[in-house]
Structures are given as C-alpha cells and as structure tokens.
Design a protein around this ligand. Sequence first.
Ligand code: FES
Length: 100
Amino acid sequence: MNPSPERPPHAGHLVGARPEPGFDISVDGRPVSAVPGQTIGAVLYSNGIKSWRTTRMGGRPRGLFCGIGVCFDCLVTVNGEASLRACQTEARPGDKVTTA
Ligand code: FES
C-alpha cells in the first residue's frame, strides 16, 4: 500500500548520499541537516539521534537496527504519513518528520 503518490515505496532504488548541496528537514520541530540521497534514518543518525521511539512493552529505545527494511524498529511519520521505515525513506527538502 502506498497512500502517498509523491513518495514511492522503496523498491531497491536507494543509492546513498550524493555530492550535492545539503538541505534541512524538520525532526519533531527541530531543523536537522541532510545530504541528498540520505535516508531519513541516515539523517537522524548523522545528526546524533540514535533512537526515536520506544517499545510498547518496557519502553525500550528503538532506532536503526537492521537498516534494510526488515525489522520495522525505525518507524517515523513523514509529512503526516505514519509508519514509514526511516531506513527505506529518502529524505527530501522540507520533510517534516515526527517520531514516537
Ligand atoms: S532499521 Fe530495520 S526496518 Fe528500518
């Protein structure tokens, strides 16, 4: 299911950071810097944000774990679209990411 036609689902097309001018995205209202081609998970991690949600049972921290779209530990909301895997979602200028 892909409720957002502007943000296609990951289909193996992520190629990594590109040597182009960076941009900011918003994470819980805070501006963080991104490099074109980075996933939102990479943006969070490179800005020192290592965990951004907790487990329902026990409240244990979660962030990037597998990094390949399998574990779903990295879920975020991007521009109001919930439950996107941060490790599989490319950051775009002006994205508004919310966690937890
Ligand atoms: S880190 Fe496992 S799905 Fe994203």
